[in-house]
Design a protein around this ligand. Structure first.
Ligand code: FAD
Ligand code: NA7
Length: 515
């Protein structure tokens, strides 16, 4: 591990006593490894730990290149530092704001002046993230993985060069290498002022001050989630949509998610794109944007502009070309699936996992499971391959959208409109009734082909919790008749799934009434 003397002493002091007695930060005696993992995020850490548990000599390299605004963070990768974890905590903070409003109707004496304090929230979120950074270090140590805080690149297929932040180099010889370098936010550099003045999700969670009036550019899940919680925290939020929201998801569900956000006060600038960003004398951002429907250019002032315009791979600096690892030129991602192994590249001892692997879902549990299964295949005699089908996910917008399986569009294009059956319902979560919250966007649909459930979609509170259970059922082969003969748990939103009985084809009103 590369740390300066001062840091080493500091870190050592903060360790629990039993750990201090061990030779905690020793570097390895020789630089020959069974496995070197480049990238200490969700996938890389999981793979490194699993390999080490199988008694292999493992090193994991992690290096955070600062964001365009100079934000940097600790060990653990995107999910821990600038992704799932801070995002879900801020989403929860916004939900609490809604809960406080609802509480009045339930008899709580709550002031009308309830406000969120960004500094308190972000400090709490950051301190949790830092505890996770530390936890990862301790876990690596306990599992015997060598952590090296340096940038990895290939010298040849069996040699990885690590460069630390002071430019000091070290060469590691390894039997196997795993590339788990993830992807980074993409900000279109052709928009004048974008790189200079705009932030990305890499910065948002680390802002010390409230972002103030915010423009969110992009309309996929990161834009909607971040825009959703900002608005829920009481921040003036505008989302700029180039084509349509959540383009990669079921479009009926996407429409409901965005409509609900709009009805709750998030402003949507539809079919618009930014043209330029400039800073005025007061330090605010002057955004020129084009309305694509009438080609008119407009101008508006914001305190913060955030781009959530996709995430791109940054792999130029690891010398894949030099060692002949094939990438998809368009996506700049690594192509796997060699020799019937999903994560194997065309170079036999080199593998890729997580977001950097071409055509795989960019999700933490996917990266973790792929990493663990790879280690078990490499060193534990397993032959099991990661199954990338039926991966569930949730968009943590103010009304959450949980999904597993196909969208209605995908099912229609694969099986034909007449062959699929869509069961659906608009339902009212019981907790919405007392505060008279609008429930017109709480919706469930199951997309079926014969007795197979191809896709299950749910919009409503705790959608992620609900869909996780159903995704297990689908993975275990649950059929539509099996689900609809299951007994519900009353009164829950999840029971509405097992109660679905109205088909779209029937044209009957799908609104649930009564118990
Ligand atoms: P990462 O976690 O990105 O880790 C890669 C690591 O490698 C990084 O630390 C990087 O700095 C390091 N690195 C890069 N190059 C080098 C190099 N040459 N040498 C050394 N180190 C290097 N997923 C979910 O499942 N649920 C969610 O709710 C969710 N929310 C998200 C919200 C946001 C805002 C974002 C941005 C992402 C979210 N994701 C979510 C996606 C999730 O974070 C990623 O899918 C996951 O982190 C991918 O893991 P990984 O191991 O492939 O890469
Ligand atoms: P996505 O899913 O790639 O979506 C990018 C969004 O940004 C999408 O709404 C795009 O609109 C929009 N976009 C892209 N470029 C521009 C420009 N130049 N101007 C305006 N709008 C633009 O990115 P996310 O960051 O949300 O998610 C990253 C990944 O994480 C995603 O691939 C998931 O699989 C996991 P469009 O729809 O193309 O018109």
């Amino acid at each position: 591990m590369i740390v300066n003397k001062h840091c080493r002493a500091l870190l050592f002091k903060r360790l629990p006593k039993h750990c201090r007695q061990l030779k905690y930060f020793s570097s390895s005696s020789s630089d020959e490894y069974d496995l070197v993992v480049i990238g200490g995020g969700s996938g890389g850490l999981a793979c490194a730990k699993a390999a080490s548990q199988l008694d292999k000599k493992v090193a994991v390299l992690d290096f955070v290149t600062p964001s365009t605004q100079g934000t940097t963070w600790g060990l653990g990768g995107t999910c821990v530092n600038v992704g799932c974890i801070p995002k879900k905590l801020m989403h929860h903070a916004a939900l609490l704001g809604q809960a406080v409003k609802d509480a009045r109707a339930y008899g709580w004496n709550v002031s009308d002046q309830v406000q969120n304090d960004w500094a308190t929230l972000s400090t709490a979120v950051q301190s949790h993230v830092k505890s996770l950074n530390w936890g990862h270090r301790v876990q690596l140590h306990n599992k015997g993985v060598e952590y090296i805080n340096g940038l990895g690149s290939f010298v040849d297929a069996k040699t990885v060069k690590v460069t630390d932040q002071n430019g000091k180099e070290r060469h590691l010889r390894t039997k196997h290498a795993v590339i788990a370098v993830g992807v980074k936010p993409y900000i279109p550099s052709e928009i004048p002022g974008a790189l200079e003045y705009a932030i990305s999700s890499d910065d948002l969670f680390w802002l010390k001050k409230s972002p103030g009036k915010t423009l969110m550019v992009g309309a996929s899940y990161i834009a909607l989630e971040c825009g959703g919680f900002l608005n829920g925290l009481g921040i003036d939020t505008t989302i700029m949509v180039r084509s349509r929201p959540l383009r990669q998801f079921d479009q009926q569900m996407a429409g409901l998610v965005a409509d609900y956000m709009e009805s709750e006060g998030t402003r949507f600038l539809k079919t618009c794109v930014p043209v330029s960003i400039d800073k005025n004398r007061e330090g605010q951002l002057v955004v020129k944007y084009e309305d694509l429907s009438n080609r008119q250019i407009q101008e508006e002032i914001f305190d913060t502009v955030m781009f959530a315009t996709g995430r791109h791979a940054v792999i130029k600096n690891i010398n894949l070309e030099g060692i002949g690892v094939k990438i998809d030129e368009g996506a700049q991602k690594i192509i796997g699936d060699h020799d019937n192994d999903h994560e194997r590249t065309n170079v036999p001892n080199i593998y890729a996992i997580g977001d950097i692997l071409h055509r795989r879902p960019e999700l933490t549990p996917v990266a973790i499971m792929a990493g663990q299964m790879l280690a078990e295949r490499l060193f534990g005699g397993s032959q099991l391959q990661m199954n990338y089908d039926l991966v569930p996910t949730t968009v943590f917008t103010p009304l959450e959208y949980g999904v597993v399986g196909m969208s209605e569009e995908e099912a229609t294009s694969k099986y034909g409109k007449d062959s699929i059956e869509v069961y659906h319902a608009f339902y009212t979560p019981l907790e919405f009734v007392v505060p008279q919250r609008k429930a017109s966007h709480c919706y469930i649909k199951a997309v079926c082909f014969e007795d197979r459930v191809l896709g299950l979609h749910l919009i409503g509170p705790n959608a992620g919790e609900v869909i996780q259970g159903f995704s297990v059922a689908l993975r275990c082969g649950a059929t539509w008749s099996g689900i609809s003969r299951s007994v519900g748990i009353h009164p829950t939103s999840a029971e509405e799934v097992v109660k679905l009985h109205i088909t779209k084809r029937s044209g009957l009103d799908p609104t649930v009434t009564g118990c």
